[in-house]
Design a protein around this ligand. Structure first.
Ligand SMILES: Nc1ncnc2c1ncn2[C@@H]1O[C@H](COP(=O)(O)OP(=O)(O)OP(=O)(O)O)[C@@H](O)[C@H]1O
Ligand SMILES: [Mg+2]
Length: 499
């Protein structure tokens, strides 16, 4: 060592981490079962696997989870290196399509869920097997990887046919206490949720796309189906202009998408694309790193998730060379856009917001202008929008005309009371969480017929021709929506009037 280097230093002490303690802390960097399984699958995809099987034994005395792939497999020395926590530098350039970065995922993801990680791998006909057992590390306080003398005791080891790798998690202390039935049921539920998570995170691999080979993932033999959060194949899905943004040597692609309005899809489709968290929570950016979804349903603090933009989802594609700039974490489950990209994203959000506002206001205006005799009126004064009952609607004016002066005033006050107490908050909450089940109540037949008669007579008394009355009523609710029934009733009234 050059003496210059030592000048500022009095002395140096080696302070290696205590194996038994650090390895326990490595368990708590915040993985869920879903993100942990995804991290192990990343390795299989990087190793060129075309088939990956997630295996879960939730019923036996010693529950276990396995992931088996038909990728390149590893030699024994490669396996030993793979078991090393921090086997590769995060600073190193990786080939395109490598989904890894930190040289940690296999270990951190596995330890977050289990106390025993076994890897069985086969390359060029040679099978190797190694295991981390946290109980051994705790006992010895040494970073010892074990090499079992046979794979006989490892679940699913016989499933490895040609080249490929099997990762097995046993001692699932964080997932299930085998003596507890409720725990086991909970594990089954978590595994099902993990399968749905994989259908989203790896949907582009599951579907295949130009430049990306198709990968099949199975859960206990069931083939997972890709879940495309953009509903890209639906004709009513609209795509904004794709933007390409250069940052350093890399390229970021940004594609805004608007999902179909609920009237354009079936109720099943509407619910499926809402996702368990709903449209409001699932709007926002969907960031893909080498086609693998990292984070979704966020505007990165650049905008609020609002009702207005709930159908907007924006796909961002980034390469694997920008991990530091995007602050990609070990779990590949969070990210932050770098400053120059933030400005661009902010502008994209502004365009999306303006578009949605236009769509909504023009729809609102249309509703009001189409309806020449509204029951409800909508008025806008600067930023204040309010709704009221229209006292000129024939149903109200006809009734009002039958009243004495004092009762007339009382009736007008009643209309005001109703209009001033519309339950806007609950209505808004219902529409945003399940719009498909919100509808106006139907009038019963008798009430509807009564309303047709009143309205017809009121309009006729104003010296309007029959054709004009029909025209006005056909554009007013509730007649417009039930025009066939209304027209029949009007014809009967018109004949009666003639006679
Ligand atoms: N299924 C597999 N098939 C072949 N090689 C594998 C497999 N899983 C892991 N490896 C090898 O083990 C290494 C370590 O994997 P690990 O997940 O710990 O880190 P990484 O993938 O390099 O980076 P990251 O921490 O970002 O996941 C990988 O770089 C790869 O060389
Ligand atoms: Mg990895």
């Amino acid at each position: 060592m050059a003496t210059d280097d030592l000048k500022a230093v009095l002395r140096r002490e080696r302070v290696p981490p205590r194996a038994s303690l650090l390895i326990e802390s490595m368990r708590d960097i915040g993985y869920s079962l879903q993100t942990a399984v995804s991290d192990v699958i990343d390795n299989s995809i990087t190793a060129g696997a075309r088939n990956i099987e997630l295996l879960a034994d939730t019923t036996s005395d010693v529950p276990a989870i396995g992931l088996i792939d038909d990728g390149s497999g590893m030699s024994e020395s490669e396996l030993l290196e793979a078991m090393r926590p921090g086997t590769r530098s995060p600073l190193e350039d990786r080939p395109d399509h490598d989904l890894g970065r930190f040289g940690l995922g296999l270990k951190t993801a596995s330890f977050s869920q289990c106390r025993r990680l076994t890897v069985v791998t086969r390359k060029a006909g040679i099978t190797s097997c190694a295991a981390w057992d946290l109980d051994t590390v705790a006992e010895t306080d040494e970073w010892y990887v074990e090499f079992p003398d046979s794979t006989a005791g490892t679940p699913w080891a016989d499933r490895l046919q040609q080249d490929g790798t099997l990762v097995v998690w046993e001692k699932l202390d964080r997932l299930v206490d085998p003596r507890n039935e409720a725990d086991r049921r909970n594990l089954v539920r978590q595994i099902d949720e993990t399968a749905s998570h994989l259908e989203l995170v790896f949907h582009r691999f599951l579907a295949g796309e130009p430049g990306l080979k198709r990968v099949s993932i199975f859960l206990n033999g069931r083939r997972l189906k890709p879940f495309d959060p953009f509903h890209s194949r639906h004709l009513a899905t609209t795509f904004g202009d794709e933007e390409v943004f250069r940052l350093g040597d890399g390229e970021i692609r940004i594609q805004p998408v608007t999902l179909p309005h609920h009237k354009k899809v079936t109720a099943d489709e509407w619910n499926r694309y809402a996702g368990p968290e709903g449209y409001i929570k699932n709007q926002g950016f969907y960031l893909y790193r080498e086609k693998r979804l990292i984070i979704h349903g966020t505007w990165f603090n650049l905008a609020r998730q609002s009702e207005l933009t709930k159908l907007s989802r924006v796909r961002i594609d980034m390469p694997n060379g920008m991990d530091a700039e995007w602050k990609i974490d070990v779990k590949k489950a969070s990210a932050q856009p770098p400053a120059p990209v933030r400005d661009r994203l902010r502008r994209i959000i502004e365009v999306i917001g303006a578009g949605s506002r236009r769509a909504y206001t023009s729809r609102g205006r249309k509703l009001v202008s189409d309806n020449r005799l509204p029951v409800w009126t909508r008025s806008q004064d600067k930023n204040q929008i309010s709704y009221g009952l229209n006292p000129d609607h024939p149903a109200f004016s006809h009734f009002s005309n039958t009243l004495g002066d004092e009762q007339k005033r009382e009736f007008a006050r009643l209309l005001d009371l109703i209009a001033s107490t519309i339950p806007i908050d609950t209505f808004f909450a219902d529409v945003s969480s399940h719009p498909e089940s919100v509808s106006t109540r139907m009038l019963d037949e008798e009430a509807f017929a009564g309303l047709v008669t009143q309205t017809y007579l009121t309009l006729k008394s104003g010296d309007l021709s029959d054709d004009d009355v029909r025209l006005m009523m056909s554009s007013a609710e509730p007649f417009r929506s039930n025009w066939k029934a209304a027209e029949e009733a009007i014809s009967v009234l018109a004949r009666g009037n003639e006679g």
